[in-house]
Design a protein around this ligand. Structure first.
Ligand SMILES: *[C@@H]1O[C@H](CO)[C@@H](O)[C@H](O)[C@H]1NC(C)=O
Ligand SMILES: *[C@@H]1O[C@H](CO)[C@@H](O)[C@H](O)[C@H]1NC(C)=O
Ligand SMILES: *[C@@H]1O[C@H](CO)[C@@H](O)[C@H](O)[C@H]1NC(C)=O
Length: 343
């Protein structure tokens, strides 16, 4: 207002923008959850930043921190309606990378420029894409026969790279298991322990072949397999058996030495040393055992007889195996001496 004469002037003040506002994202941290099965070129929208300045001071450019999985797609039109998008350019694999931390940076066009950032925390979600795996296809183990019910045979340990229920393994005998197997062994579905459940008899089965299946709890589930060979070790639980076939019920007192009186065969159901049988005869008798073949003997006359001194012999045969402790069996053979007119 100018006085004398009174005059009114209008002044218009234009406030010039300076770049005093940085770009601001809606939040400084954003969590994204992306399944590992998403196909290449999938788009994931993001919210852009805003800048309170105007003109070039509010003209934003975006940059994503360098990484091998995602690139950034920025809308070309300057209306801020279209969201920013992450584009998948390399397949995700949770078993390789389960979490990615990226930084999205917005820079305005002011001089000097101001920036704003948002941290992107990308969690890769698991799908059941890994089967349980045993570290060997065939496991070999040994087990003493007559092992007590509950004896641990082997503890299996398969691994599954997936997480949670997709990696939770249950063990079982493969479905074609014989009832024989289930009567003799049991498997703990969770721990993978195989234990003795019934009688293990070397004389019945010397080698067990168990097919094992591991399945995860994913949907759909995935399977892994292995075979367990269990060699049963013999223990000396069978005594030798003696079979005596008498050829002569009585022997004339003038029979020559070497006359065969009986045939003896021995058997033992065990194996190895446990089945190596030696046969012996009561000492101090005019008879002896002659081995004719493996496990076959003849009882023969060893020296002259005289009915007028001893008219009958009660012989004892002992078969003893080589086990430790060893088992033995006895058999008695009586030999009558027949009279000859020699007096
Ligand atoms: C990323 O997000 C996951 C899941 O919400 C969380 O467990 C993890 O701690 C976060 N990482 C960081 C560095 O914030
Ligand atoms: C199974 O194997 C994994 C690694 O291979 C090991 O960390 C884990 O302790 C094992 N479990 C048993 C019960 O042996
Ligand atoms: C062995 O033990 C298990 C569990 O204790 C039992 O279910 C099974 O009947 C037993 N087997 C025999 C043959 O006694």
């Amino acid at each position: 207002i100018v006085d004398r004469p009174l005059q009114v002037f209008h002044v218009e003040v234009e406030i010039k923008d300076i770049n005093d506002n940085p770009p601001v994202f809606p939040a400084t941290h954003k969590n994204l959850f992306i399944s590992e099965t998403r196909p290449l070129d999938s788009h994931f929208s993001l919210e852009g930043a805003s800048d309170a300045d105007i003109g070039a001071n509010a003209l934003l450019t975006y940059r994503l921190s360098p990484n091998e999985y995602f690139s950034l797609e920025v809308p070309t039109n300057d209306e801020q309606v279209t969201p920013l998008e992450l584009v998948l350019k390399k397949p995700l694999d949770r078993e390789v990378t389960s979490e990615l931390l990226l930084v999205l940076k917005a820079t305005d066009g002011g001089k000097p420029e101001l920036t704003g950032t948002v941290e992107l925390n990308i969690t890769v979600l698991d799908v059941n894409d890994n089967a349980p795996v045993f570290d060997k296809a065939v496991y070999r183990t040994k087990l003493l026969e007559n092992a007590r019910n509950g004896t641990l045979v082997i503890r299996l340990n398969a691994s599954d790279l997936d997480e949670g229920s997709n990696g939770h393994i249950l063990y079982s005998f493969a479905t074609d298991v014989s009832s024989n197997t289930e009567a003799s062994f049991r498997i703990d579905a969770n721990s993978g322990e195989i234990k003795v459940n019934g009688k293990i008899d070397f004389e019945e089965i010397k080698l067990w072949k168990l097919q094992i299946e591991a399945v995860d709890k994913g949907n759909p589930p995935m399977f892994g397999h292995c075979t367990i060979l269990i060699e049963v070790l013999d223990i000396n639980d069978n005594a030798p058996e003696l079979l005596v076939t008498s050829l002569l019920l009585s022997i004339p007192e003038d029979a020559p030495p070497g006359t065969v009186i009986a045939l003896i065969s021995v058997t033992d159901h065990d194996a190895g040393g446990n089945a190596r049988v030696t046969c012996s005869l009561t000492p101090q008798v005019p008879f002896k055992l002659v081995s004719t073949f493996k496990n076959y003997y003849s009882l023969v006359l060893d020296s002259a007889l005289d009915r007028e001194k001893v008219s009958e012999y009660a012989l004892v045969l002992i078969a003893r195996d080589g086990g430790s402790p060893s088992l033995s069996t006895m058999a008695s053979v009586s030999v009558e001496v027949a009279d000859v007119n020699d007096n």
